[in-house]
Design a protein around this ligand. Structure first.
Ligand SMILES: [Zn+2]
Ligand SMILES: [Zn+2]
Length: 334
């Protein structure tokens, strides 16, 4: 790329790049190459820039220069690796307001309450000591279109006594889910699971920790999983890269809090002189159970192999069955 890209001076090309970012939520370096080439060529038509002329360093210089300009406005371009594709995703993130406040400018209060119920399901209902799915199918999400009785109790006992929350129709809920995917808060997997996208994770990081960790466990005291759940930390971090893990692996010792992204496993082993063990509890890191939508399928398989006899009986089940299901990691979820 020509030398005007290497300079750190803020100019029209930076403004154009910022405009493009504002319009598109996230960007990767490969996507940025043709964009920056077009912007540079428009600036200096006599010296056209080709996409392949835009180096990673040029791109990062743009990000660096823009970050210096936008930080007074509490904005920052942050990046994170996609948890499964490993692509580095850059997003324009608001550094002060919590993400739900930010969403309130786009969504109505009833829509936002639905988004909150979906997040609660993602990080509480479908994120248990037995199965850390942290994702839900559209069927599971659409069931949350209307608030349940226990949601209502919870609302009353906490905050937002605001409007009588009527909930959404199925159609409205479907539209909100589609918009969440379009704006890259959520992503929809091939198997039909909604999970937080890299952008969602970057924007919601602080809020997720504040909301789901350091929280008293849910109050239905007849729950067979109650004891497990009291101990279960909802948001956990990768032992290698320190980012939140919603897709990856968990320590084979199921009470241990160590988590890893699939692409971080090798980095961790390398960092501990090729010892293939958990950095926290030293259990051999073998056949590590999945975190993410695979944990849901994992759970379904467990149920089939144990003949469906383990779920309803809870603590009263026989030792034999209990041992069997525990040995198989008991990743059932209901
Ligand atoms: Zn990681
Ligand atoms: Zn461990």
């Amino acid at each position: 790329m020509s030398d005007n890209g290497a300079e750190d001076d803020y100019n029209n090309t930076h403004r154009a790049f910022l405009q493009a970012l504002l319009a598109r939520q996230t960007i990767t370096y490969p996507d940025a190459k043709p964009l920056l080439a077009a912007i540079q060529t428009a600036q200096s038509p006599d010296r056209p820039t080709l996409p392949e002329d835009v180096s990673q360093e040029d791109f990062e210089n743009y990000v660096h220069t823009l970050n210096a300009q936008i930080s007074p406005f509490d904005m920052e371009i942050r990046s994170t690796l996609h948890q499964t594709s490993k692509d580095r995703i850059y997003a324009l993130v608001n550094t002060t307001s919590d993400a739900l406040t930010q969403m309130a400018t786009i969504y109505t209060p009833d829509e936002l309450a639905f988004v909150k119920r979906v997040l609660d399901a993602m990080f509480e209902t479908y994120n248990t000591a037995r199965a850390e799915v942290m994702a839900l199918t559209s069927m599971q999400a659409l069931k949350l279109a209307k608030p349940s009785a226990s949601d209502e109790r919870r609302r009353e006992s906490t905050q937002t006594a605001a409007s009588a929350n009527a909930g959404l129709t199925m159609m409205q809920a479907e539209k909100v889910l589609a918009l969440l995917v379009e704006q890259e808060w959520f992503e929809l997997s091939q198997k039909g699971f909604y999970a937080l996208s890299p952008r969602g994770l970057m924007e919601l990081r602080g809020w997720l920790i504040d909301t789901y960790n350091d929280q008293p466990p849910a109050q239905n005291s007849d729950d067979e999983d109650e004891e497990d759940e009291a101990e279960h930390t909802k948001i956990k971090f990768c032992q290698a890269c320190r980012e939140i893990v919603t897709m990856g692996q968990r320590c084979p010792e199921l009470t241990c809090n160590a988590r890893l992204h699939n692409h971080c496993v090798r980095n961790l082993f390398r960092a501990q002189a090729n010892r293939e063990e958990c950095p926290l509890c030293k259990t051999a890191w073998q056949d590590a159970p999945p975190v993410g939508e695979k944990a849901a399928r994992h759970g379904a398989q467990q149920r089939r192999t144990t003949g469906g006899s383990t779920s309803a009986n809870g603590r009263r089940r026989t030792n034999e069955v209990a041992e069997e299901s525990d040995a198989e990691s008991g990743a059932e979820e209901d």
